[in-house]
Design a protein around this ligand. Structure first.
Ligand SMILES: *Cc1c(COP(=O)(O)O)cnc(C)c1O
Length: 390
């Protein structure tokens, strides 16, 4: 099943089969875990394909084959966190290089680009990626990379991948797309010409909130070799056990994403008409400014919904205190529903100016809609929003 032909199968089939059957000893149907840190040589210079687990491991290799196929790439690397995937990719750049990034992307990525990389002589301009002209104006002679996240976090703004990537390619700029929010089930940036896709597998790909992990997927073989060299040199690869957990999670990606989306759409529509909700952000709503673009470049709208509370009527704390099924927690993409206030939680580490500029406020609430029964989730939100006002 690990053969090239199976790449042409549907993603739902690939997620379950590709790269999986690795046990020639006992023909187990699932991938064995090989926790061994080292592998014995047959004789000097001859191995059975593996020598040391930081460099390569059979369980991790199975996950990597699987993820490469799901994103339409030729190679993938599974890393120990989403941030380690992104920081490994950042090491493709060198002192004097300039990057362009969206201004409303994952806060940890902003921290890396804004606070860490300048120490290595790598600078970043943050722009509204949704505006192709603003992207074009930010390009300098030394611009080497572009970091794109779509939909963005927490307001779910869209970036036109075809347009922005075409601009980047015209200037020889490497494009890196964080596809965590959509997962390969709903969006494949490599198909729009992106050079590199990164994921926090912590989120939808694993989907069960029981592992932190990341992935890097590329199409070009030479770039793939360079990325693989960096992951080994930096030591950012994930453990065999974590690889096994993600591989298990990925098998249900398709049905989980369908369930997340169906619930999210129903909740977004329900919130839209609630008198204590001022605004709803979900790309699957016709009123969302990115709705037409979403229909063109994604195969679905995902499971993340944000909204602005009417703070004159209700405080976030009062809402959170009443919720039973939505846990007050950061992260996203697991089967269980989560709620958070980006202002004080997921995005607290970025400056207040930057948060205001991105367009959200203390009133903004972000939901990671799980796959519970949607009637129960709406009843929960209904009780929460009815909480005694301030
Ligand atoms: C969570 C997340 C990351 C970082 O992943 P970790 O696994 O927490 O290191 C990066 N990008 C996006 C969009 C995320 O949601």
């Amino acid at each position: 099943m690990g053969n090239a032909d199976s790449r042409s199968a549907d993603l739902r089939t690939l997620a379950i089969h590709h790269g999986v059957d690795k046990d020639s000893a006992f023909n187990s149907v699932t991938t064995p875990i090989y926790p061994s840190s080292t592998f014995a040589f047959e004789r000097v210079g001859v191995t059975k394909g593996y020598d040391y687990t930081r460099s390569a491991n059979p369980t991790r290799a199975a996950l990597q084959e699987n993820l490469a196929a799901l994103e339409g790439g030729t190679a993938a690397w599974a890393t120990c966190t989403g941030m380690s995937a992104i920081s490994s990719v950042a090491m493709l750049f060198k002192s004097g290089d300039h990057l362009i990034s969206g201004d409303d992307i994952y806060a940890g990525t902003i921290r890396l680009l804004h606070d860490v990389l300048p120490g290595l002589g790598i600078t970043t301009s943050f722009v509204r990626m949704g505006d192709p002209d603003e992207v074009r104006r930010a390009i300098r002679p030394n611009t080497r990379g572009m970091v794109i996240e779509t939909p963005s976090n927490p307001l779910l703004n869209l970036v036109d991948l075809a347009a922005v990537i075409a601009t980047a390619r015209g200037h020889g700029i490497l494009t890196i797309v964080d596809n965590t929010f959509m997962s390969p089930y709903f969006q494949n940036p490599l198909g729009f010409g992106a050079d590199i896709v990164v994921h926090s597998t912590t989120k939808y790909l694993n989907g069960h909130s029981d592992v932190v992990g990341g992935a890097i997927v590329v199409k070009d073989a030479a770039l793939g070799e360079r990325v693989g060299y960096l992951v080994n040199a930096l030591g950012t690869a994930c453990s065999p056990f974590d690889a096994w957990l993600v591989l298990r999670g990925v098998k249900t990606l398709a049905c989980r994403m369908e369930a997340h989306q169906a619930n999210a759409l129903a909740i977004a529509r329900w919130l839209e008409q609630h008198p204590r909700v001022k605004k709803v952000y979900y790309p699957g709503l016709a009123a969302h400014p990115g709705y037409e673009l979403a229909r063109r470049q994604m195969r679905g709208f995902g499971g993340m919904v944000s909204f602005d509370l009417d703070l004159d009527q209700l405080t976030p704390d009062a809402l959170f205190a009443r919720l039973e099924y939505f846990s007050l927690a950061e992260s996203l993409g697991g089967v269980e529903s989560l709620v958070e206030q980006p202002w004080t939680m997921s995005h607290a580490s970025i400056g207040e100016d930057r948060r205001r500029a991105a367009g959200f406020s203390p009133a903004t609430i972000r939901l990671s809609v799980g796959i519970e029964c949607v009637d129960d989730l709406i009843a929960d939100l209904d009780r929460g929003l009815a909480a005694a006002s301030r």
